[in-house]
Design a protein around this ligand. Structure first.
Ligand SMILES: NC(=O)c1ccc[n+]([C@@H]2O[C@H](COP(=O)([O-])OP(=O)(O)OC[C@H]3O[C@@H](n4cnc5c(N)ncnc54)[C@H](O)[C@@H]3O)[C@@H](O)[C@H]2O)c1
Length: 287
């Protein structure tokens, strides 16, 4: 066993991953499994569930992969019960599910707000409540990781309720971390910015600046957009013994956008927190 495996201590542990069959969740499941973690996944996408089940079976992994909606408390409870029956332990919970639509707040309705809160916040509370009791009873501690977003840390015009819900997850996680710390159960957040997945591509459709190398260099200090592995690597670290004294924290796998917060690397003129004159002069007056 190498240094990482030994210090990581992940082999043989058990993780529940909501939304673990597609997008960023698929990378989280694959990378935890590659480190010997037995994954239990609940995902609403039937095709992704079938594909993940097949690939884990092919690799000979011991796994539970179910199709279901994490917003349904019964489906969530049934997954945790299946984990109890199969393995009798729970070490890690990764809350991946979340999402949004773009609209000015004044164009949205209570129905839309409720949908966003259910998609981004309520199921996290349910899953954490199901996990915490089990981890406490297991007496081995545990790790809870919530995937939030940079929008929980800055204004996000067009995404007000999503930003609010993710900020609530962030703050919930921080408080839960303190409440559960005496039991050795750690709670942390991972806040990506832009790591294109199939569903995210729909949201940013038409915004070519995010696929144009020059546009990417302006917006992302590291000069590239995120990859799923940038996020899953953080999750593996937070699930592992390498982060055994880290709780109530947030990792920002975003290539520096949270740090730069509004500063852009403009071609020719370099860093500025406003549009530089040469760019401004090229815009038509009506722009
Ligand atoms: N991709 C990014 O750049 C990015 C950036 C910031 C934050 N995030 C956050 O990361 C998380 C994952 O993002 P993503 O782009 O991979 O999303 P995604 O839409 O690809 O979803 C990931 C997985 O969750 C599943 N899922 C969605 N709703 C579900 C539900 N109700 N019940 C069960 N499974 C469900 C999907 O089927 C998919 O397999 C979200 O919480 C999102 O807010 C993503």
């Amino acid at each position: 066993m190498g240094w990482f495996e030994e210090r990581g201590g992940l082999a043989g542990t058990v993780a529940v991953i909501t939304g673990g069959a597609g997008g960023l969740g698929e990378a989280v499941t694959a990378d935890l499994a590659a480190n010997g973690v037995r994954p239990a996944v609940l995902d609403v996408d039937g095709d992704a569930v079938t594909a993940l089940r097949g690939s884990l079976e092919e690799q000979g992994r011991d796994a539970i992969v179910r199709q279901g909606d994490v917003r349904d408390p019964d489906a969530l409870a049934a997954l945790f019960a299946a984990v109890d029956d199969r393995w009798g332990r729970l070490d890690t919970l990764v809350n991946v599910v979340g999402g949004t639509f773009r609209a000015p707040f004044t164009d949205t309705t209570p129905k839309g707000w409720d949908a966003l809160l259910r998609a981004n916040l309520t199921h996290v509370l349910h899953a954490c409540s199901l996990a915490a009791g089990r981890m406490r009873a297991g007496g081995r501690g545990g790790s809870i990781v919530n995937i939030t977003t940079i929008e929980a840390h800055r204004a996000a015009p067009g995404f007000a309720v999503y930003a609010a819900a993710k900020a609530a997850v962030e703050q919930f996680g921080r408080t839960l971390a303190v409440e559960l710390a005496p039991d050795g159960i750690r709670v942390n957040n991972v806040a990506p910015d832009y790591a294109p997945t199939a569903n995210l591509a729909k949201l940013s459709a038409g915004d070519h600046a995010l696929s144009d190398p020059a546009g990417i260099r302006v917006a992302f200090p590291m000069g590239r957009v995120g990859r799923a592995a940038d996020v899953s690597g953080c999750v593996v670290f937070l699930a592992s013994g390498l982060s055994s004294y880290v709780t109530g924290s947030t990792l920002h796998p975003d290539g520096g956008t949270h740090a730069s917060s509004g500063w852009f690397n403009w071609p020719g003129t370099g860093w500025a927190n406003h549009v530089p004159m040469p760019v401004l002069e090229k815009l038509a007056p009506e722009d």
